[in-house]
Design a binder for this molecule. Structure first.
Ligand code: ADP
Ligand code: MG
Length: 323
């Protein structure tokens, strides 16, 4: 028998192991609670965010609860940004974006939202643990990322933080892999200045994850738009098939300089059997100037599908020969 604490997360806090709701807050030391939910364990803890595995008492359904870390319980700026994350996530309804099932405030005032608790691993974990993916599989995953991005961009939102840790791969009951874009914590609406110091329009703030930033995110020389997400998607594809990135350096600063100044290391220099057309596609998506990239996620997806089709045909032909 498995204990409720052993399922998904690494429990680092004293969670109750029965179905009883959390006890009420005990002053500052009390464990925060959400009526109707049992927090079962911590799935992940980042710089600002905290994701719990939880269970709804009325339905028994297991959910993921994302909130801010306790040190941000009284930080109004962090609350406002998190509320924006919730509203951006709710605006995008698409099978490749994890939907918000509910939201509210914990007993200590921290905002939270609920998602399905997915069983799976992030793209980062898969590449780290199993090694790089085949080109065919990476192209399929990238197609799903772009499908999700089409919906994100159609909602007027730029994700701005497409990293391997923000792409979750989860297995459907059918056995198919579902790709989910997570974490709209750094998302923004181009042209809308919310004045909190982390918008595209403000000077000096570096928003995103340096190794997965576009040149305009690094230099803040241009607006951060849908094309910035396409640049990051090309980085994800490159990473998925090679475990490396096309802009190299010792530390983040060197990588940032390479992102702005250097040509990408071609994938063909890393791997054998890379179709030339894939490097052509990557170099277009990784163009320094956003206007030289694809016009949108849909166009990049079409270009990718041109690469996927011959592979699928070849696989079909091989299967027919084998059969
Ligand atoms: N709904 C979910 N189901 C399962 N795991 C999740 C879910 N949402 C997030 N995670 C895990 O938690 C991690 C952190 O979530 P994320 O939203 O990216 O928070 P942060 O803002 O702290 O980066 C993800 O990388 C993923 O491993
Ligand atoms: Mg994240």
């Amino acid at each position: 028998m498995t204990s409720p604490n052993s399922t998904q997360g690494l429990s680092r806090e004293p969670f109750p192991t029965n179905d009883a709701p959390f006890p009420g807050p005990k002053g500052d030391q009390g464990v925060p609670y959400v009526p109707g939910l049992v927090l079962e364990g911590v799935v992940a803890e980042g710089g600002m965010g905290l994701v719990y595995a939880a269970r709804e008492i009325s339905t028994g359904r297991r959910v993921a609860l994302k909130t801010l870390r306790a040190c941000f319980a009284h930080d109004e700026g962090a609350h406002a940004r998190f509320e924006r994350e919730i509203s951006f996530t709710r605006r995008v309804v698409h099978p490749n974006v994890a939907p918000v099932l509910g939201h509210g405030r914990m007993s200590d005032g921290r905002p939270y939202y609920l998602m399905e608790l997915y069983r799976g691993r992030t793209l980062g974990a898969v590449v780290r643990e199993d090694g790089p993916l085949s080109i065919g599989r990476a192209l399929e995953i990238t197609d799903r990322i772009l499908a999700g991005l089409e919906a994100v961009h159609a909602a007027g939102i730029v994700h701005r933080d497409l990293t391997p840790e923000n792409v979750l791969l989860t297995e459907e009951p059918s056995g198919e892999t579902r790709v989910l874009l997570l974490d709209f914590g750094f998302a923004h609406e181009p042209g809308v200045d919310t004045g909190d110091g982390v918008t595209a329009d403000s000077r000096g703030a570096l928003v995103g994850t340096i190794r997965f930033m576009s040149p305009e995110q690094v230099t803040r020389g241009r607006a951060i738009t849908a094309q910035s997400d396409l640049f990051a998607t090309a980085l994800l594809l490159y990473y998925a098939v090679s475990g490396k990135l096309p802009f190299r350096g010792e530390g983040d600063l060197d990588v940032a300089v390479a992102t702005v100044r250097k040509a990408p290391v071609p994938l063909r220099a890393e791997l054998r059997n890379v179709p030339r057309a894939l490097d052509v596609l990557l170099s277009r998506a990784l163009a320094k100037h956003p206007d030289a990239r694809f016009s949108g996620a849909a166009e990049m997806r079409r270009a990718l599908s041109g690469l996927r089709r011959p592979r699928a045909k070849a696989a079909g032909a091989a299967a027919a020969l084998a059969g």
